[in-house]
Design a protein around this ligand. Structure first.
Ligand code: BJW
Ligand code: ZN
Length: 256
């Protein structure tokens, strides 16, 4: 149970933010039924997902890794955004409605923020509903909404190679445009909400510190404490699908 004074103080920050930023991780989608990465869900068919989510893992067995991604796509096709996703989309509408700026930076590849109606989204680690050529024969992305796929691995429609999921694996560079924009947003933000991330994977985990160093406030919302909890201005522990709607309700009361 979070103290009502804490909810009020964070809601006040949200109500007056001029440059609002949000960083989300797998936890924001947990209440939709999407498994998180670390902890007890970190396995698929006894395979460590941290090994599957690498280029080496993919090259060693593209069929198996595609099967895993397609299984996840199948799971996602069944789930919906939860009250946490919806509250963030509502906050965006309130912030932009009064002429202030808002950006949501997500590590998630599930597309649920967009489904909930969020508009300004920076997807740091790609998107599960897209694939691209393994060889990089062209810059085209292939939208692959249908699951299961007819074959693993899917062939590249543009050359004789195969497709890979349009995601960022460990050791791979993030899209330079997306990460540069995320650094800019974080440095300019007067308030950043950090929701449902273990804050262990860089460069995403470094973004809240950019906000803090530049003088912005950082509010963490997570089921449990993380390393960020020590430096965040507020660390609210509980389910984001419960805390975010509670905050939004207070923000609405404050702005009338
Ligand atoms: C709830 C909840 C509820 C649950 N409500 N909360 C600097 C220092 C050290 C290392 C590095 C560094 N810079 C780069 C690195 C290397 C590496 C890295 O960070 N390693 C660390 C592990 C040490 N980073 C990279 O390789 C990145 N590339 C890069 O930086 O390129 C340049 C470079 C390369 C090599 C060396 C140096 C520089 C790329 C990172 C790509 C991450 N990819 C993945 C897979 C994506 C595709 C896929 O999904 O298959 O992205 S890994 C996985 O982790 C996924 C996630 O987006 C990411 C973050 O996880 P997230 O979202 O935080 O989830 P969890 O499960 O960890 O946490 C969930 C949280 O939710 C928990 O805290 C729960 O408590 C909470 N929760 N239910 C609220 N209801
Ligand atoms: Zn190709």
């Amino acid at each position: 149970m979070i103290a009502p004074e804490t909810i009020m103080r964070v809601a006040e920050l949200m109500a007056k933010a001029e440059r609002a930023a949000v960083l989300t991780g797998a936890g924001v989608s947990a209440e939709s039924g999407v498994p998180t990465f670390r902890g007890k869900h970190g396995f698929w068919k006894d395979e460590d997902v941290m090994k599957l989510a690498t280029l080496q893992g993919f090259l060693a067995d593209p069929k198996k890794v595609w099967e895993w991604y397609d299984w996840r796509r199948g799971q996602l096709a069944e789930v919906e955004p939860n009250p946490g996703h919806h509250a963030l989309a509502q906050w965006e509408r309130m912030v932009t409605g009064r002429g202030a700026s808002y950006s949501l930076i997500t590590q998630n590849i599930d597309g649920l923020h967009e489904l909930a109606g969020s508009k300004t989204i920076l997807e740091l680690h790609g998107n599960l509903w897209y694939a691209r050529c393994l060889k990089g024969c062209c810059a085209e992305l292939k939208h692959i909404p249908d699951t299961p796929l007819p074959e693993y691995p899917p062939p590249c429609p543009w050359c004789d190679s195969i497709l890979r999921p349009h995601v960022v694996w460990f050791g791979e560079q993030l899209d330079p445009t997306v990460i540069e924009e995320s650094f800019n947003v974080s440095g300019a933000a007067d308030l950043m909400l950090v929701v449902g991330t273990s804050a262990q994977v860089y460069p995403a985990a470094g973004l809240p510190y950019i906000t803090s160093r530049a003088g912005g406030k950082v509010v963490e919302i997570n089921l449990e404490p993380t390393e960020l909890s020590y430096t965040a201005d507020f660390a609210l522990h509980g389910k984001s699908g419960e805390i975010l709607p509670q905050l939004l309700e207070k923000v609405r009361e404050l702005v009338g």
